[in-house]
Design a protein around this ligand. Structure first.
Ligand code: ADP
Length: 260
């Protein structure tokens, strides 16, 4: 729990700092892009084509930088959560098209969930975003192709669990790949904002820290199992919604046995 608090304070501080810097950068980039545009328009048609190409490259670079600042701004202005009673199997089924479009052909995507699962109390849009983030990470870890499986099941969490979660009923959503896996050094830093092993322009290092922030804020937890050259499993644990169906006579452990 202490670690979670430290992490959320870090996120908060990074968010504020990033928001400020991204905002200023964005203004400067607008000036740069505008000036290049004006200069290009005023170019003599006879001018050396290399000059025109240089200006085009400058614009492209500045536009990429602007796209990055927009992502940073979106990160710092994280939207307020709108938790709703959410049906995970339905949410996953609804994502199937988006997933196959995002994931390359060489990767087989499988969604493996029972038809019925306990409902969870989360912001469904942000949950979709989180799962998409994990799927993109899985894709990036399998440049040679592989298998991406999204699995969901019910889980009862007892007191004194490693994640510092409140004991109770949870739904676990795992995003599983058989890609590169992570070294222990990488694994120790994956939740740090801006930690990335991807090349510049490809990764911001914000994916997992955003996923972590969202899930913790929703009262859940994130666990990662990873082995180099074997693959990675990222699991989101989301608390069961307090819906009417939860009023049961059977003790919780019994309910779990029936559910799984
Ligand atoms: P980004 O994807 O922009 O790098 P993330 O916070 O999502 O940011 O991920 C941080 C780092 O964690 C990645 O750069 C990568 O090294 C590692 N990582 C995340 N997911 C996986 C995965 N499924 N397999 C292997 N490495 C991963």
């Amino acid at each position: 729990a202490e670690e979670a608090l430290r992490q959320s304070q870090k996120m908060e501080a990074v968010g504020q700092l990033t928001g400020g810097i991204a905002h200023d950068f964005n203004n400067l980039l607008t000036i740069i892009i505008g000036s290049i545009e004006t200069a290009t328009r005023r170019l003599d048609p006879e001018v050396d084509p290399r000059l025109r190409r240089s200006l085009e490259n400058a614009t492209k670079g500045a536009e990429r930088a602007a796209a990055l600042t927009h992502r940073l701004l979106a990160f710092s202005r994280r939207q307020p959560l709108r938790p709703r009673t959410t049906d995970v199997p339905r949410l996953l089924a609804g994502m199937s098209d988006l997933l196959t479009r995002t994931i390359t052909e060489s990767i087989a995507v499988a969604i493996d969930t029972p038809e019925e699962l306990w409902k969870v109390e989360v912001d469904p849009n942000q949950l979709e975003n989180a799962i998409l983030n994990l799927a993109v990470n899985a894709r990036d870890a399998m440049p040679q192709g592989g298998e991406l499986t999204i699995r969901a099941h019910q889980q009862v969490i007892g007191p004194q669990n490693a994640e510092g979660l409140a004991p109770g009923d949870y739904v676990a959503i795992s995003v599983i790949d058989n890609g590169s896996g992570m070294s222990t050094d990488t694994l120790a830093r994956v939740f740090d904002p801006f930690f990335t092993t991807k090349e510049v322009g490809k990764g911001t290092g914000l994916g997992l820290s955003m996923v972590y922030g969202f899930v913790r804020q929703s009262g859940g937890g994130v666990t990662i199992d990873s082995e180099l050259d074997k693959g990675t499993t990222v699991t989101l644990l989301l608390a069961r919604a307090n819906d009417s169906e939860q009023i049961e006579t059977a003790p919780k452990t019994e309910a779990a046995k029936h559910g799984t």
